[in-house]
Design a protein around this ligand. Sequence first.
Ligand code: AMP
Length: 304
Amino acid sequence: MNKTTSLEVITTISQLRRRLAGERAAGKCIGLVPTMGYLHDGHLSLIRRARQECDVVVMSLFVNPLQFGANEDFDRYPRDLERDRALAAEAGVDVLFHPAVEEMYPQKPSTTVRVHEALTGRLCGRSRPGHFDGVATVVSKLFHIVEPHRAYFGQKDAQQLAIIQRMVEDLNFPVQIIGCPTVREPDGLAMSSRNVYLSPEERKIAPLLYRALCHGEAMIRNGETDPEAVVAQVRQQIAQAPQFRIDYVELVSFPQLQPLETIRGTVLLAVAAWLGQTRLIDNVIIDITPQGLDEPGTDEEGEP
Ligand code: AMP
């Protein structure tokens, strides 16, 4: 259903709680889509899924300073509230929660969520120390503020999805986490708000990351069981464009995020690489259990 006229922008926690209290009391299902804004089709796919499955769709738009490192792009992260408001309304958001930093953090927090190194010590967590603690802290706050029945996260950020799912289990949040497939540009590049940083030249090279991942996925589906062989091939593919500076190529179990001696079960093949000033990430989740082998490609799969 298209709800273009009814979107409400709320900026304070107390107002949002008042707005949702009645809905909750009436037994309505509340869905939350956390975002940092500058919406693209990836975000919109999460919103549309929430629209299908929930009575009330809340989208948060908050560029969370806690999850950015000192030398990262917090200040220059792209922002466009008016554009986001129109896109969110069209995709079916009922409430856009857009708090100021001072509303979410009136004082420097003394209490934060700390994610165990077993989950943060590799992949993006290794090159972004503290990032996932910042993510887990803000998502916890949003879960307490919104009290959603369901919350929607993209598989594009697979480590984040696994960490949030684990946090919900460890801390008993009464929310169902829904993982949604990665939405891509026609040439395969995973959509990201950060893609606007790419120069036209870099934009042309960028889809190589996904092609390299697909190459790795094909090796695995064709029976390769040695993780190092797959990682080496993916690295070699990416190295075809010397402009890429690889941060990591890793193959781990999913959602446990643990290193593998042999490829089996459900695995995450993930990459991060710098192209000029832009750090791009992408991944494929491959299910090689007998069931999973029936399905070509896992990008279409929902929950992890
Ligand atoms: P962000 O605004 O980058 O924090 O992303 C907000 C949510 O959208 C996160 O759950 C992301 O994983 C998800 N997301 C970002 N890019 C994509 C994409 N290309 N496809 C699907 N989901 C995405």
